[in-house]
Design a protein around this ligand. Structure first.
Ligand SMILES: *[C@@H]1O[C@H](CO)[C@@H](O)[C@H](O)[C@H]1NC(C)=O
Ligand SMILES: *[C@@H]1O[C@H](CO)[C@@H](O)[C@H](O)[C@H]1NC(C)=O
Ligand SMILES: *[C@@H]1O[C@H](CO)[C@@H](O)[C@H](O)[C@H]1NC(C)=O
Ligand SMILES: *[C@@H]1O[C@H](CO)[C@@H](O)[C@H](O)[C@H]1NC(C)=O
Ligand SMILES: *[C@@H]1O[C@H](CO)[C@@H](O)[C@H](O)[C@H]1NC(C)=O
Ligand SMILES: *[C@@H]1O[C@H](CO)[C@@H](O)[C@H](O)[C@H]1NC(C)=O
Ligand SMILES: *[C@@H]1O[C@H](CO)[C@@H](O)[C@H](O)[C@H]1NC(C)=O
Ligand SMILES: *[C@@H]1O[C@H](CO)[C@@H](O)[C@H](O)[C@H]1NC(C)=O
Length: 319
């Protein structure tokens, strides 16, 4: 592949950062609050998994429907026209997944490491360049701002998400359902920054299915998906191997354009903006590194946080 001027610029920035950055050292995972006791329901199957912190259990509730308790399967977006449009929460990481995957951590095979098997990483140099959305998952927490946004890294786990920020592509926002520990994700394929990060045609369905395809290694044909469709497959990152079982579920979202943000430019060939199917992922860790002392990612380093804004400013100037 011939490097584009953009990738050359990004490569240059990467080498600059690497020359700045101190050696990565092992550190405790961030925001790594214990929530195993929360996802353990009173009556449960017990599954013992070896881990640094001892025995782990799996929850027996995959997720609950937000609408059952005052919530919504659409996100809450400020300033839509008409008002009140939202984006579909079209992928759920079931709380019946292995407890390690349900931890919001890059270390020990956590959620952020799992997402990297699909090439989705935290934002460009730790800088948030998108508008926030909220969601109400019917878990008693009310309207809650997204935990964060993850962007496709185009094969480069260090600064690839910068390219997504500018060029567009696969991205997601996620929330964690407090009563179950399930992750709810609003996944879509977006246009470039200069096009206002609008959603491409059929971009919600396609985003969901690209994520599923990348996590399972299976070819997913969006228009063929029904509520009977399942996929299984695996992917690895940092020597953690994840087996993902996917089930497409109807009844949570409508097969409709009603209340969908950007519906007019997302509808395609007479199909509504979303097909109403949610991909529910149940994940097992089937292999892990011999010694799991994971390194902190570059993006976590204070030096990057400091010089990040400067670099963003220079990249914006260049594009
Ligand atoms: C949306 O707007 C309201 C009122 O202006 C504000 O309180 C809230 O923080 C905004 N939400 C997000 C996610 O930006
Ligand atoms: C939560 O969001 C919904 C949907 O936008 C809105 O109707 C409601 O007023 C919000 N609740 C609070 C407490 O802001
Ligand atoms: C639920 O919320 C509490 C309090 O905010 C928090 O400590 C706990 O970790 C949350 N549990 C989950 C599963 O997110
Ligand atoms: C994985 O995601 C990327 C980014 O959206 C996409 O270009 C690629 O086609 C996906 N892979 C598969 C197998 O769908
Ligand atoms: C999608 O459905 C069409 C028509 O049934 C079929 O010809 C095609 O092989 C299917 N594609 C995949 C990837 O399953
Ligand atoms: C699948 O969708 C059809 C409508 O397209 C509906 O009648 C059926 O009940 C659904 N099945 C399940 C298992 O949700
Ligand atoms: C959604 O509705 C369209 C018609 O508007 C139909 O062709 C399509 O099969 C439906 N999709 C699903 C997944 O039910
Ligand atoms: C991953 O496994 C390979 C060989 O299977 C080994 O060379 C490498 O050091 C391992 N990496 C980690 C981070 O454990």
């Amino acid at each position: 592949m011939i490097p584009s001027p953009r990738s050359t610029i990004l490569l240059f920035i990467a080498t600059q950062i690497l020359s700045f950055a101190p050696q990565a050292t092992a550190s405790p995972s961030y925001q790594d609050s214990e929530r195993d006791h929360v996802i353990s329901a009173p009556v449960e199957r017990t599954e013992v998994l070896g881990s640094a912190t001892g025995l782990r259990k799996r929850a027996d509730t995959a997720y609950t429907n937000p609408a059952d308790n005052g919530g919504y399967m659409l996100t809450i977006v400020n300033g839509t026209y008409p008002a009140g449009l939202g984006e579909p929460l079209n992928v759920i990481l079931s709380a019946e997944s292995d407890a390690l995957v349900l931890k919001q951590s890059v270390d020990n095979g956590g959620f952020l490491n799992y997402m990297l098997t699909a090439g989705l990483g935290e934002e460009c140099l730790g800088q948030h360049l998108g508008s926030d959305q909220s969601a109400n998952l019917g878990d008693g927490k009310g309207n809650v701002t997204e935990v964060e946004e993850l962007r496709y890294n185009y094969g480069d786990p260090y600064i690839g998400t910068c390219q997504e920020t500018f060029q567009g592509g696969l991205h997601l926002r996620y929330w964690i359902q407090n009563n179950t520990g399930a992750y709810f994700m609003a996944v879509s394929v977006e246009k470039s920054l200069t096009e206002g990060h609008d959603i491409v045609r059929d971009g919600y369905n396609i985003g969901r299915d690209q994520l599923v395809a990348n996590l399972t290694g299976k070819a997913v044909e969006t228009r063929n998906i029904t509520n009977q469709t399942t996929f299984s497959g695996s992917g690895s990152y940092k020597n953690y191997t994840y087996q993902t079982d996917v089930k497409y579920v109807s009844g949570l979202l409508k097969n409709s354009s009603d209340d969908i943000n950007h519906f007019y430019t997302v509808e395609q060939n007479g199909y509504p903006a979303i097909d109403g199917l949610v991909a529910v992922l149940t994940v097992k860790i089937t292999d892990k590194p011999k010694s799991s002392s994971a390194l902190t990612t570059l993006a976590r380093m204070p030096v990057v946080a400091l010089i990040g804004p400067l670099l963003i400013a220079s990249v914006v100037a260049l594009f």
